[in-house]
Design a protein around this ligand. Structure first.
Ligand code: FEO
Length: 169
């Protein structure tokens, strides 16, 4: 059985992960409006992964005989100044999520909840990847500057990103 404190915190994290999905979908919509379909595809894939993260918490709560309680999701940012700003915000967002996951882990330690600690290990590792993915694109965009040909090529490269359920063929 899941303790109340960890259950509440995980329900809060379900909301945070769905907010991430919503924020990345909003970033995808902005990229579409800027005629950057590859950037938009990358963000759409990221949004789908965030929904999967939310559902991992959802299923874990159920597996531990807990009660899933969904909370309201705030509005995402909809306007951005440039593709660089989109990815800078994505990186900042992932840093915040890393802090949330670390707090959740610390709570599971304080509560002597070993099953939750093991479950959260996956997210600790995932956050390293999440920050790296966004950070790599920020670095590339800074190098590109205002070279439109390089931006075009990066857009094509980012458009290759798919989730595991979405074959590239
Ligand atoms: Fe669910 Fe991007 O972390």
């Amino acid at each position: 059985m899941l303790g109340k404190a960890v259950e509440d915190a995980m329900n809060e994290q379900i909301k945070n992960e769905f907010f991430s999905a919503y924020q990345y979908l909003s970033m995808a919509a902005y990229c579409e409006s800027e005629n950057l379909p590859g950037f938009a595809q990358w963000m759409r894939t990221q949004s789908q992964e965030e929904t999967e993260h939310a559902m991992k918490f959802y299923d874990f709560i159920l597996d531990r005989n807990g009660r899933v309680v969904l909370h309201g999701i705030e509005e995402p940012v909809v306007e951005f100044g440039s593709p660089l700003e989109v990815f800078e915000r994505a990186l900042e967002h992932e840093k915040k999520v890393t802090a949330m996951i670390n707090e959740l882990y610390a709570l599971a330690v304080r509560e002597n909840d070993y099953a939750s600690q093991t479950f959260l290990q996956w997210f600790v590792t995932e956050q390293v990847e999440e920050e790296k993915n966004a950070g790599d694109v920020v670095d590339t965009l800074k190098m590109i500057g205002d070279k439109s040909e390089a931006l075009f090529l990066l857009d094509r490269e980012l458009g290759q990103r798919r989730t595991e359920e979405q074959p590239t063929a």
